[in-house]
Design a protein around this ligand. Structure first.
Ligand SMILES: Cc1cc2nc3c(=O)[nH]c(=O)nc-3n(C[C@H](O)[C@H](O)[C@H](O)COP(=O)(O)OP(=O)(O)OC[C@H]3O[C@@H](n4cnc5c(N)ncnc54)[C@H](O)[C@@H]3O)c2cc1C
Length: 384
């Protein structure tokens, strides 16, 4: 563990520390030994998701239906420890809990909740979240995927792109335009006309499955629609939940990079002494550590705010844009300290650095969050 020079961990409750230690032990035992291999192979075994379920990490911030009902900081700490291992692992938990379970929990009917949430909490059923389309990423309001009424049924057509866990999901939460505005639909795997295709050759988040979803006149029953929300606020509210996990998670990736760099600096010798004895190396480490502490404090502050009454989307934007950028800077600096070893998968910094490129872009790009903060400061929207 890297030195916690500001004693930030002391601010966690006993329960939060227990979650930290449990998740850390799990990743050390079950994931860390294999992660470089999975990253290289471009896969994440599906079996990991039920393992996360056994630990109570899936939908852990939700109540009822077998969910742990834990507070925001506990959820954040779990995301942090998962992402200290790999952003792909944290993404799996985030997508399941915040993007697939949360909309069912918040906007679903009782029968939708009863059918899906208990099985999703254990990881027996996997969910995905389909908002982005090939031609509509940052601007989902223009989505082409549409659902039209046919008698009491719905008929869904269109496609979604870049969908985490798309091809392994048992249930897809799909956002589509209707005559009433944007609505969410639950589309089970195997529905006639629903196909998936994995996206290959990613250089980031390789230990995570990313897919395209195609809907070719998929007929859905009337009760496939999420009854509780209409409009873009539905998917955006899910993203606000998930982004909160990201702003915590990336501090784990950054911490892992710092630890790796400190360890390397203490043991690697050049010019007759450890490279950690050179002032340039110490300067890098000192700046990495102080940037990490600032990111950790921001995450903790936002977590306690969320606990005491909720966070506004712009507060989450500040956390996401700032902490992802900090984590990227730390990962790149760590990589330099490792020299040539820093470009191999034997050490984590290059894997984290590459992963963080996707994290910078997904769930609202850095630019879009910057514009949200700019709008909050000036009262002027610069989106269009
Ligand atoms: C690995 C991975 C997993 C993902 N998982 C999911 C998932 O599970 N579900 C899902 O729905 N989506 C997912 N996404 C998609 C992700 O959310 C989108 O990639 C993201 O919203 C950006 O959309 P885009 O890629 O189409 O970029 P674009 O929107 O085309 O943006 C391209 C560039 O233009 C900039 N830009 C756009 N508009 C403006 C503006 N008004 N002002 C200034 N700059 C602007 C952007 O910031 C960016 O730099 C995933 C993406 C990746 C890479």
């Amino acid at each position: 563990m890297s030195a916690d020079l500001l004693n930030i961990e002391d601010q966690l409750s006993e329960e939060e520390r227990l979650i930290r230690d449990t998740v850390r032990a799990f990743t050390a035992d079950k994931v860390q030994p294999h992660i470089a291999e999975w990253f290289e192979a471009g896969t994440m075994p599906r079996e990991i998701i039920p393992e996360l379920g056994k630990l109570g990490l899936l939908g852990m911030h939700l109540t009822g239906y077998g969910c742990a009902g834990l507070g925001p900081v506990a959820y954040g700490v779990a995301c942090r420890e998962l992402e200290a291992c790999d952003s792909g692992l944290r993404s799996a938990a985030s997508v399941q809990g915040s993007l697939a379970m949360y909309p069912i929990w918040k906007y679903g009917s009782d029968s939708q909740k009863d059918e899906w949430l208990p099985r999703m909490a254990t990881g027996e059923a996997i969910g995905c979240f389909g908002l982005t389309e090939p031609d509509h990423g940052s601007d989902p309001a223009g989505m082409r995927t549409a659902a039209r009424r046919d008698g009491s049924d719905w008929v869904l057509s269109g496609s979604k792109m870049w969908i985490t866990n798309g091809s392994v999901a048992d249930i897809a939460v799909v956002w589509a335009s209707t005559d009433d505005g944007i609505r969410g639909f639950l589309v089970p795997r195997g529905a006639p006309g629903f196909t998936t295709r994995d996206i290959h050759q990613k250089m980031s988040l390789r230990a995570s499955i990313t897919s395209e979803l195609v809907f070719d006149d998929v007929r859905l029953p009337a009760d496939a629609i999420l009854p509780g929300v209409t409009g873009l606020k539905g998917p955006l509210s899910c993203l606000t939940e998930a982004r909160f996990g990201i702003l915590w998670g990336v501090t784990g990736a950054a911490r892992s990079c710092l630890e790796s760099a400190v360890e390397y600096a203490r043991t690697r010798e050049q010019f007759g002494k450890p490279i950690g004895a050179f002032q340039l190396t110490q300067g890098k480490l000192a700046w990495m550590a102080s940037s990490l502490y600032q990111a950790q404090l921001l995450a903790l502050h936002l977590g306690r705010l969320k606990e005491s009454g909720g966070l506004s989307p712009v507060q989450v934007s500040i956390g996401k844009m700032s902490n992802v950028r900090t984590a990227i800077d730390i990962a790149r600096e760590a990589r330099t300290i490792l020299g040539a070893s820093g470009v191999t998968l034997e050490y984590p910094p290059i894997r984290h650095a590459n992963n963080l490129e996707a994290v910078l872009t997904y769930e609202g790009t850095e630019e879009i969050h910057t514009l949200a903060v700019g709008q909050a400061l000036t009262g002027i929207s610069a989106y269009r």
